[in-house]
Design a protein around this ligand. Structure first.
Ligand SMILES: [Zn+2]
Length: 608
């Protein structure tokens, strides 16, 4: 995330540029098929045509309310119109059953359903058609027949501009793509545009790299070199490669960027062009994380996420593992790939501990509860430090602690690596889903031959303080708390989805409160400049005693300009440091730990 080729590939699949409605109509096989027309990129409008094979006389079509990202997004808000007809072109009755489901009457000989949908959500979770390109999370635009979600299907694109190509992990057949069922279809993002494609082979597999960005903003050789290291580290760590071809989709937008989204045979990743110019670190971190997800969450999958319910939330207590421990392994992959060194790793560990310890909610919300509440994460009020923790943050730390616990209990014979490999062999490879935290516990207890009740009860299901030194001491490390005095503006602001910046918390008794700032106020300007990406930095440049000027608006109090003096407060940071005396044993354990490997042949590793 070695040496490789960068070639403009010649075997792009170029789909039919124009598909006449009548011709396509008569040629449709008696199979569920979708045609997506890109005729109107200026208006971000896509026309979808679903051909239903013969079946029952009433069919229901559902558009998902969410996909992949654990947030209800109600994609049907973007539908402009929907209609249906029979094969002779006679209109069929369409009845809306709820905001995301429609019933079509008279479908026994088959039918055609057409609708128009607005797609302008950029980023790896979204769907967008613009004059520049199309990137499609297909669940955002394609309805499924409720009685045929498992049926094989065909997907075509029409009105594709002449110089655009299609890239997707879906299998191609002639001028179309096929999927064995709807779930596979919507786990397969599609990029259509004038992108740059490179490819390389590693560990016996083929990798495609699709980059849609300004060529001035990135160095493709450097990215491919990092990808080689990441995929070979991850594959060797798992001792498994459950795919022949894997596709990386990258976008490097100017301005804010949305992160990454995992899929079984691909990942879509956005990194801001500015970030990328400074270093590859963000790109390699996100890539290692998303790539490892092809095992953890896509194949090693909690039962609570299956079957996917596209009509409502799939509540799961396992995201601390599926997301958090994916971040833990992201660290091991980077270390093994030589993309991160011990110093950098321990610095990051200190930052993660700081993030958790600074959030008062670490004493009230468990890692499992945080997983369950993932669906609230789009809301700024929920993200306040005294309301919630992050299952990414605590889950990553729990993965690190679990690794050390398993090493100790097994006297170095097993580690988190053996836990993941056991889960891969006994759940994923056997087509079974695991029983959330209990499934993780089962695997960890089997590979360590020990009872891990206290770890799971106290730290996963519970909110006990984690005694960092007890665990880190085994590898010769300790955590040091440093108290510093920092400027304090007296409030927290955040953004709901892509909405305006709003005040999420005002410190009681603060100057901000006395000046009249209220929770819920929309921040219009900060220091005379419109609220935006730079506001955070502008705020961080202020020192205690400086005056902050904020223009806000609220429904009750209208628009007003508030001023107050920045005060200061004590803030605790945590750093991970060597013990005063690191023993030979501790040092040996640390070396194995930082490779993410067990330490066969070593015994009696429990004490510090
Ligand atoms: Zn993730």
């Amino acid at each position: 995330m070695k040496r490789f080729r960068t070639t403009a590939r010649s075997h792009f699949t170029i789909v039919a540029l124009f598909l006449s409605a009548t011709v396509a109509f008569t040629q449709d096989p008696p199979q569920l098929s979708y045609t997506v027309s890109l005729a109107n990129p200026e208006q971000h409008l896509v026309e979808v045509r679903i051909s239903l094979p013969p079946g029952s006389s009433d069919r229901e079509l559902q558009l998902p309310v969410w996909n992949a990202l654990y947030q209800i997004r109600d994609f049907s808000q973007y539908i402009n119109w929907i209609r249906a007809k029979d094969h002779a072109g006679n209109p069929l009755a369409v009845r809306e059953l709820n905001k995301s489901r429609w019933q079509i009457h008279g479908t026994s000989p088959g039918a055609v359903v057409e609708y128009e949908i607005y797609l302008d959500s950029p980023g790896p979770f979204g769907a967008q058609l613009s004059v520049h390109h199309a990137f499609l999370n297909l669940a955002q635009l394609l309805m499924y027949p409720v009685d045929a979600r498992n049926a094989p299907l065909v997907l075509r694109f029409s009105h594709v501009p002449g110089d655009w190509h299609v890239a997707t992990p879906l299998k191609s057949a002639n001028d179309s793509y096929v999927a064995e069922n709807y779930d596979r279809l919507v786990d397969s993002p599609v990029e259509i545009g004038a992108f740059h494609e490179s490819d390389f082979d590693d560990s016996g597999a083929h990798f495609r790299v699709i980059i849609d960005a300004d060529p001035a903003d990135y160095n493709s050789d450097k990215i491919l070199a990092a990808l080689h290291k990441i995929v070979s580290s991850a594959i060797s760590w798992m001792n498994d490669r459950p795919f022949d071809t894997y596709t990386f989709f990258y976008h490097f937008p100017r301005g804010p960027a949305g992160g990454g989204m995992e899929h079984a045979y691909s990942t879509a990743i956005d990194v801001s062009a500015d970030e990328l110019k400074q270093s590859l670190d963000v790109l390699t971190g996100v890539t290692a994380h998303e790539f490892f997800h092809l095992w953890n969450v896509k194949r090693i999958r909690p039962q609570s996420l299956e079957p996917v319910d596209y009509t409502r939330e799939n509540y799961t207590r396992a995201l601390w593992f599926s997301e958090g421990c994916t971040s833990t392994v992201e660290g091991f992959i980077q270390l093994r790939a030589g993309l991160l060194d011990e110093k950098g790793y321990l610095f990051r560990l200190g930052e993660e501990i700081t993030e958790l310890e600074r959030r008062p909610a670490h004493l009230t919300q468990s890692a499992e509860a945080s997983s369950l509440d993932a669906w609230l994460e789009g809301f700024g009020y929920y993200r306040r430090p005294d309301r919630s923790i992050s299952y990414y943050n605590k889950g990553e730390l729990l993965g690190i602690i679990l690794d050390l616990v398993v090493r100790n209990a097994s006297h170095g014979q097993a580690s988190l690596r053996e836990v993941l490999q056991w889960m891969n062999n006994n759940y994923a490879k056997k087509g079974r889903f695991f029983d959330d935290s209990n499934g993780v516990r089962q695997a960890a207890e089997i590979v360590s031959h020990s009872d891990l009740d206290s770890f799971f009860t106290n730290y996963v299901a519970g909110t006990e303080e984690i005694p960092w030194d007890d665990f880190l001491g085994t590898v010769g490390l300790r955590v040091e708390a440093l108290t510093t005095t920092v400027p304090d503006p007296g409030f927290l602001a955040s953004r709901n989805f892509d909405g305006p910046m709003a005040v999420a918390a005002v410190a009681p008794g603060s100057e901000a409160e006395q000046a009249g700032l209220q929770v819920g106020d929309t921040i219009l300007e900060l220091q005379g400049k419109p609220a935006g990406q730079e506001s955070r930095q502008a705020l961080s440049r202020l020192n205690a005693g400086d005056t902050v000027t904020v223009k806000v608006r609220s429904r009750r109090a209208g628009e007003r300009e508030l001023r107050w003096k920045i005060s200061s407060r004590q803030e605790v940071s945590y750093e991970v440091k060597d013990l005063e005396r690191v023993t030979v044993d501790q040092h040996a354990r640390r070396l194995a730990w930082l490779k993410g490997e067990a330490q066969p042949g070593v015994s009696g590793g429990a004490g510090q």
